[in-house]
Write a protein that binds this ligand. Structure first.
Ligand SMILES: *Cc1c(COP(=O)(O)O)cnc(C)c1O
Length: 225
């Protein structure tokens, strides 16, 4: 216990909002995991959130994560980090060694590369298939119409696929994309839904998110690298 007046941390505020959103959606307390997205944040901000007791983080680049997470994992028992950004095939092995989950499986070639490495090491992080729900040309993710086939291919490779992930187009109503992702997951028998960011995580919870990815609301604005 700390003595004196405690200053509310953004982390505790975000957690309180998340618990309230769970309650309002009639979902059990603690059923939604908060991934604190620490990409591009100064190390001392990330460390402060670790000191507060938070243990689940997200990064979008393999190389950046390799620079900080092996050290943090050694110092903070139970710390885990999820890859939420696109994965190039040549970084697959490094990503599988570092990350506890990969949210960006978006093509058969990548699924096969993961399976080959998993066969060799006997270990594989939990996987989410990323769906490009807005069918945006510049965005990663499998098209909605190709999602069932990719999930089936992952299963045929015995990969531990636990859910789907999406990043809705900025200019569109996120709810439509959350609803579509939930529908695609249900029809594939997947319970994991990685969706919702700083501006819309409560809405995502209402649509069944199991993992929300929140960066700036916890850490403040990202400092441009
Ligand atoms: C950066 C990022 C987030 C967090 O974004 P905020 O708006 O800062 O909460 C979530 N998901 C992905 C895939 C990201 O790259």
């Amino acid at each position: 216990m700390r003595s004196g007046q405690s200053i509310p941390m953004p982390l505790s505020e975000v957690l309180a909002r998340l618990r309230k959103a769970e309650a309002e959606a009639g979902r059990p307390e603690g059923s939604v995991a908060l991934i604190a997205v620490s990409k591009v944040q100064p190390l001392e901000r990330v460390e402060a959130v670790l000191e507060e007791g938070h243990r689940l983080f997200g990064e979008n680049r393999v190389q950046e994560a390799e620079g900080k997470w092996p050290g943090f994992k050694e110092r903070f028992e139970g710390a885990s980090v999820h890859l939420i950004g696109p994965l190039q095939s040549n970084k697959t092995r490094a990503a599988m060694a570092l990350f506890d989950a990969i949210h960006s499986v978006d093509r058969p070639k990548l699924a096969r590369a993961i399976a080959r490495i998993a066969d060799g090491t006997g270990a594989c992080p939990e996987l989410f298939v990323q769906v490009n729900t807005g069918e945006e040309a510049q965005k990663a993710g499998v098209l909605p119409s190709e999602t069932d086939a990719l999930v089936a291919e992952c299963r045929a490779l015995s990969l531990p696929v636990v859910g789907l992930m999406c990043i809705p187009p900025v200019e569109e109503e996120a709810s439509l994309h959350f609803a579509l992702l939930a529908k695609l997951a249900a029809r594939n028998g997947l319970s994991g839904l990685s969706m919702g960011m700083s501006d819309d995580f409560e809405k995502a919870v209402a649509f069944g998110a199991t993992h929300v990815r929140v960066g700036s609301a916890i850490f403040g604005e990202r400092v441009p690298g």
